[in-house]
Design a binder for this molecule. Structure first.
Ligand code: UD1
Ligand code: UDP
Length: 360
């Protein structure tokens, strides 16, 4: 099979690493980087560390409005699809790169597989929710990470070629935790295990909103807790633009986004994690670290139900209370598969590919 995989943003580089390894055992993979993320720490660092093959194409689209970014991706992707004539296209997650890949591929009637299908926050003010819903409704193969995701698809009338395979992010985590143990990040930051909080913030609800970001920074700074904050470039730009630096207390250590190995080692050793990231909520659960989610909703509802994650939005009192008192006691369960999601996905694609994707 000739497979085109489309990636463009940090979590997609991480997700594609194990899938790409599996795919390339028996197939020809063409990797397209849309260029949605482009800073060294948001892109190249992951290719180097996770040994992801060099992209065959980098569209270099960069940052702009959602429509312009998605539209430009579609225009460029179509040219490549027409030239390369892939048997199948694979897309990951819920970014604008995902949506552009799905639309282009399906308009050309190319079989399309969505990895991380069926997740829902049920909040259509999130750009990701729009991307997920459209992508799921037009894809041919829906590779779902959790039972909840399969259930969500069923509720929307999607039940054909839905495969519960587990989560590819769990595959990556499992494959790399031993290597991450060698990270020197704690030493470099002069911090000790379980003596610091780890935070990341990048959602529009927190970064394009002065009151929300101010609340979060104010409450972080009001504590005497050590807080390590690898800052997404979006958040950095917003803080600079609105002169919010003065709200960052001395207890907060701002650093550039870090590598995957450094980040999962920071997660593993954190006292608690404060985040609005999707992937990080899940990693916190798997690593048994309490997660305080700076959002009103989540796609990873299992982590809430089991008591390891709590939704606090950008409410000062809720954040403070969770930082001081949130103590998970629930049992950990096996929601994210066995760490072999990538292998299962490729096996399914191989089976359909051997029949030339007939009857789709
Ligand atoms: C995107 C995804 C989001 C995902 C996140 C992972 C969409 C709609 N959003 O959000 O689902 O959770 O990636 O991190 O696709 N920027 C840089 N350098 C970079 C990348 C971004 O400076 O390398 C800045 C630019 O100012 C840009 C802003 O960050 O405008 C936002 O980037 P964008 O890719 O549009 O969205 P993210 O917030 O990164
Ligand atoms: N991550 C990383 N370095 C960082 C912050 C996050 O390697 O400085 C990893 C993290 O371990 C997780 C993924 O990036 O695997 C999450 O990506 P992000 O929060 O950007 O996106 P989301 O999951 O919210 O879409």
């Amino acid at each position: 099979m000739k497979i085109i995989s489309i990636i463009g943003a940090r979590p997609q580089f991480i997700k594609c690493a194990p899938v790409s390894t599996e795919l390339r055992k028996n197939n020809c993979e063409i990797l397209i980087h849309t260029g949605q993320h482009y800073d060294y720490e948001m892109s190249k660092l992951f290719f180097d560390q996770l040994e992801i093959p060099e992209p065959d194409y980098n569209l270099g689209i960069g940052s702009s409005s959602h429509s312009e970014q998605t539209g430009r991706m579609i225009i460029e992707l179509e040219k490549i699809f027409l030239k390369e004539k892939p048997d199948v296209v694979i897309i990951y997650g819920d970014t604008n790169s995902t949506l552009a890949g799905a639309l282009t591929s399906r308009k050309l009637k190319i079989p399309t597989g969505h990895i991380e299908a069926g997740l829902r926050s049920f909040d259509r003010t999130m750009p990701e929710e729009i991307n997920r819903v459209i992508t799921d409704h037009i894809s041919n193969f829906l590779f779902s990470p959790t039972k909840t995701a399969v259930h969500n698809l069923k509720n929307e009338g999607i039940s054909q070629r839905v495969f519960l395979v587990g989560d590819v992010m769990y595959d990556v985590l499992k494959q790399n935790m031993n290597i991450a143990k060698k990270s020197k990040i704690l030493k470099n930051l002069d911090i000790r295990p379980k003596e610091y909080f780890l935070t990341t913030i990048h959602r529009p609800s927190n970064t394009d909103n002065i009151p929300n970001l101010s609340n979060i920074l104010d409450v972080f700074s009001s504590t005497h807790e050590k807080i390590v904050f690898p800052m997404h470039p979006r958040t950095k730009k917003f803080i600079n633009k609105h002169n919010l630096e003065k709200k960052i207390g001395e207890n907060i250590t701002i650093i550039k986004p870090v590598s995957y190995f450094d980040f999962i080692w920071l997660e593993k050793n954190a006292k608690k994690i404060l985040t609005d990231s999707g992937g990080i909520q899940k990693e916190a659960y798997i690593l048994k670290v309490p997660c305080i989610t700076l959002r009103e909703n989540t796609e990873w509802i299992e982590t809430i139900k089991d008591g390891w994650n709590i939704l606090v939005g950008a409410h000062k009192m809720k954040i403070l209370d969770a930082m001081n008192n949130f103590k998970p006691s629930g049992k950990q369960r096996n929601h994210f598969g066995n760490g072999d999601a990538s292998r299962k996905i490729v096996k399914i694609l191989d089976e359909y590919g051997s029949r030339n994707f007939s009857n789709l």
